[in-house]
Design a protein around this ligand. Structure first.
Ligand code: AMP
Ligand code: TRP
Length: 327
């Protein structure tokens, strides 16, 4: 049997190129190697830990499914499903809760970033989020989990929980490893010290952005002092981030980009970068527009993905329940 690979994305709005270059593009490449049994899902149970409108949620789920497919996820090669359609995720999360130390969750960086000092009014789901994520992964006995580096801490917890469960109840859960891309953390266009994130839309390039919007955002992106187009994380964090985008979208490495813009300024570099991004996103955007017309038929197909995921997950859950003495 091929090793399993699992990853999910939350349906919380438009995807940006950080999601794409840090995760989704890698999902497609890994799928196309044919070496893995791939499970990809829409993490809707995770997404309700933040403010949301129930009328919008299903639309967001559907939109993310179209994003997955437009990026190249192929229903013949991968199982694509919706997390809330597979109840084993919530059930295993509960069982794992009982072996998760409170202190581990309190230390989670993402939790601290999302709550600030507002502990008293924060919902418990947000606190428990990493345990649900562990369940997502362990149900499929994933060997690999492709993610951006903001998820590494959650992956460490997943590994720790698998070990703890196994040592308490006998060998049952498989310890997964993260898989990062060359851009595990793309920075914001308006502030290279902050991660590109939906919570700072002004610093994001969204996969759906129109060419004019992309040009405007890139021309406005902050740069560093000096005028040389050179990758240097310490001295030139903003330009280095832009060079990374250029490299990932063009297939040229940083040295090739540097030599192409030798003696030319930031302006020329940014102009060309914008065109590279526009061209790079065009096939995605074209496919997405075509897929939108087949929305209803696609959602029917996802039911088959939900079914397959349910089969695998419920088997693992049954094993876990048996080991723990549950019915
Ligand atoms: P999310 O939208 O938070 O569900 O993230 C989906 C995937 O994109 C996860 O694997 C994240 O780690 C990854 N990701 C999010 N933001 C970035 C970023 N700025 N750079 C690289 N990867 C990212
Ligand atoms: N927590 C991830 C994020 O915010 C999404 C996610 C949920 C996930 N469950 C997962 C990613 C399981 C990988 C595996 O990006």
């Amino acid at each position: 049997m091929k090793p399993a690979l699992v990853s999910g994305i939350q349906p919380t709005g438009k995807l940006h190129i950080g999601n794409y270059l840090g995760a989704l593009k890698n999902f497609v490449e890994l799928q196309n190697t044919g070496k893995f049994q791939c499970f990809f899902f829409v993490a809707d149970l995770h997404s309700i830990t933040e403010e949301f409108n129930p009328k919008e949620k299903l639309k967001q789920v559907e939109n993310l499914i179209l994003d997955f497919l437009a990026a190249g996820i192929d229903l013949k090669k991968s199982v694509l499903f919706v997390q809330s359609a597979v109840s084993a995720h919530s059930e295993l999360a509960w069982i794992l809760n009982t072996i998760t130390p409170f202190g581990e969750l309190r230390r989670m960086t993402q939790f601290k970033e999302k709550t600030g000092e507002e502990y008293e009014t924060t919902n418990v789901g947000l606190f428990d989020y990493p345990v649900l994520m562990a369940a997502d992964i362990l149900l499929y006995s994933a060997k690999f989990v492709p993610v951006g580096d903001d998820q590494l801490q959650h992956l460490e917890l997943t590994r720790a929980l698998a070990r703890k469960f196994n040592s308490k109840f006998g060998n049952t859960l498989f310890e997964p490893k993260p898989l990062l891309t060359e851009i595990p953390r793309l920075m914001s266009l308006d502030d290279p010290t902050k991660k590109m994130s939906k919570s700072r839309p002004e610093g994001c390039l969204f996969l759906d952005d129109e060419p004019e919007v992309i040009r405007k955002k890139i021309m406005r992106a902050v740069t560093d002092s000096g005028s040389e187009v050179r990758a240097d994380r310490e001295q030139k964090p903003a330009v280095t981030n832009l060079i990374r985008i250029y490299s990932a979208m063009s297939g040229k490495n940083a040295a090739q980009v540097e030599s192409r813009f030798k003696g030319k300024g930031y302006g020329e570099f940014k102009k060309e970068l914008a065109e590279i991004v526009i061209q790079g996103l065009a096939p995605f955007q074209k496919r997405k527009n075509e897929l939108k017309k087949k929305r209803a038929a696609i959602m029917k197909q996802i039911t088959a993905g939900n079914k397959k995921a349910n089969m695998v997950a419920s088997k693992k859950l049954a094993e876990v329940k048996k080991k723990t003495g549950l019915v």
